[in-house]
Ligand binder design. Structure first.
Ligand SMILES: C[S@@+](CC[C@H](N)C(=O)[O-])C[C@H]1O[C@@H](n2cnc3c(N)ncnc32)[C@H](O)[C@@H]1O
Length: 268
């Protein structure tokens, strides 16, 4: 099994791999389950490394994530666009740090491992907010390594439009000893806001509540073929214009198979 060649405890991972294939093959052909699993593991290793504990936690996630989530949220396009974001941060951020960071529309929290695995950007906290309550446990599970590091990562259920980023407070739940415990979080000040889902909800629903000077890392796209994409942009220039930033650090376009994705890094 070539994907496990460099991993310690190959047999252990192979056993877990076969268990997931067996589970998925209730819904898809064994060969398709193997191909899908191999590709999502390879993408993860390429983006985040092959350290045993990290891969082991990723397997915990793959064992419970529904197949449609794996197919969609761990697709090649999802990894590509988030690695692009990380690469542009590496190149253009200079000495700036991300510090206390909020991700809006964070979905299953894939940005967590991609940004935190090397901790290149000095992220103190990464709170991933999504209005879909089903994302919470999956995002926490995918980020267990950082969740258990004094809440460096935490998923929160909520609508982006309901937060005040001048005085950020949120209550979230965590399953501890089979009981859902309620935990209050505050971030003061919010240093960075990331939103790779700008095509999903209106900029004016949250951006006016962001303090001036906050670092913004935002993606949108021109893929209007999906009904959930109600707030697409036709180009990076149009996206940038709507953002009206005080300082632009980077703006660019990534060509994907059927559409373009735009990335803007700058200060509110
Ligand atoms: C399909 S996903 C992410 C797609 C995005 N292109 C990416 O690569 O990250 C969009 C997410 O935005 C979330 N979402 C939509 N409207 C929201 C809102 N008002 N507040 C918070 N999350 C929202 C959805 O629940 C969903 O999980």
């Amino acid at each position: 099994m070539t994907i496990f060649e460099n991993l310690e405890n190959q047999e252990y991972f192979l056993r877990r791999y076969n268990k997931i294939v067996l589970q998925w093959s209730k819904n898809i052909q064994v060969r398709d389950a193997q191909n899908l699993l191999t590709s999502v593991i390879l993408r993860f290793i390429q983006a985040c490394g092959d350290e045993k504990e990290l891969i082991s936690k990723y397997f915990n996630f793959l064992e419970v994530a529904p197949l449609n989530v794996v197919n969609d949220a761990l697709s090649e396009g999802q990894f590509k666009s988030k690695i692009w974001l990380r690469d542009q941060l590496k190149e253009h951020l200079g000495k700036r740090e991300l510090g206390q960071t909020i991700v809006l529309g964070g979905w299953i929290g894939l940005l967590g491992p991609i940004l935190l695995c090397e901790n290149l950007f000095r992220i103190e906290k990464l709170f991933s907010i999504d209005r879909d309550p089903e994302c919470l446990d999956l995002a926490d599970l995918l980020n267990t390594l950082w969740l258990t590091n004094e809440w460096q990562f935490k998923a929160i259920t909520g609508d982006a439009s309901q937060f005040d980023f001048n005085d950020f407070r949120a209550t979230t739940t965590q399953l501890i000893n089979n009981t859902n415990i309620s935990i209050d979080f505050t971030i003061d000040p919010v240093q960075t806001i990331i939103n790779t889902s700008c095509e999903h909800f209106a900029l004016e629903s949250w951006l006016p509540k962001v303090p001036k000077g906050t670092l913004l890392i935002l993606q949108s796209n021109n893929n209007e073929s999906l009904k959930e994409h109600k707030f697409c942009h036709s180009s990076a220039v149009e996206f940038l214009k709507e953002l009206d930033l005080s300082e632009v650090i980077y703006s660019g376009t990534m060509e994907l198979d059927h559409y373009q994705r735009f990335l803007v890094i700058g200060l509110k």
